[in-house]
Design a protein around this ligand. Structure first.
Ligand SMILES: CC(C)(COP(=O)(O)OP(=O)(O)OC[C@H]1O[C@@H](n2cnc3c(N)ncnc32)[C@H](O)[C@@H]1OP(=O)(O)O)[C@@H](O)C(=O)NCCC(=O)NCCS
Length: 179
């Protein structure tokens, strides 16, 4: 599916980020996406993500997961400069119209081995800076499950604020208005 983030690419101090359909030639891991997804989608990572994403990943399941993501979003691959490894993914969906512009629906994950070093905050704030340069983007929205303290903290640190009340047992929406 096309979106305003199609072809998106940017870098931060420690990270290179690009649409996984347009991987840059230089500085990018030679590993294929299927291997990166198998390594990323461990039980600890998927436990706070949609229920249908949980469980073990064979190469076939990872391939299907990639195809499903492509059908509903633009996916940004996040590579750590120092190691040259794929450490994260950002899922960029269309959240509809907001304030005369597009609301982006943002999801993200990091490999377990990359947790706790501020990389999630760095990749989300890098995306926010990228989005600020796009006048068609009015806001960015993320949904967080009640016990996902790390994710809520990442969004708060990047300037997002809660919208409405959490669904009972469900997610709390966080939004950053860009205009
Ligand atoms: C959510 C996720 C991306 C966060 O990655 P991370 O590497 O921990 O993120 P960061 O290091 O950038 O920031 C996490 C912040 O939460 C804080 N934090 C983490 N766990 C915490 C806890 N149990 N209690 C309080 N604060 C906590 C950290 O201290 C840090 O805040 P600080 O910089 O102010 O100290 C990662 O845990 C992940 O991939 N989880 C699985 C997928 C997921 O949940 N995605 C989000 C769906 S909404």
């Amino acid at each position: 599916m096309g979106s305003v983030a199609e072809g998106c690419t940017f870098e931060t101090e420690r990270l290179l980020v690009a649409d996984w359909r347009n991987r840059p030639v230089a500085g990018w891991p030679s590993s294929d996406l299927i291997d990166a997804v198998v390594l990323m989608l461990t039980p600890a990572v998927t436990s706070t993500l949609p229920g249908g994403w949980q469980g073990d990943y064979s190469e076939d399941r990872a391939k299907r997961w990639i195809e499903e993501r492509d059908d509903e979003s633009t996916v940004l691959e996040v590579v750590e400069k120092a190691s040259g490894q794929t450490v994260g993914l950002m899922l960029i969906g269309d959240g509809g119209s907001e304030n005369g512009g597009t609301d982006i629906r943002l999801g993200y994950m990091l490999c377990e081995s990359a947790w706790g070093r501020g990389l999630a905050s760095e990749m989300v704030s890098g995306f926010v800076e990228w989005a600020r340069q796009r006048s068609e983007i009015a806001s960015i929205t993320g949904g967080v499950e009640p016990d996902n303290i790390a994710s809520a903290r990442v969004l708060e640190k990047c300037g997002f604020r809660t919208v409405g009340l959490p669904e009972p047992e469900g997610e709390q929406l966080y939004r950053l208005e860009l205009r």
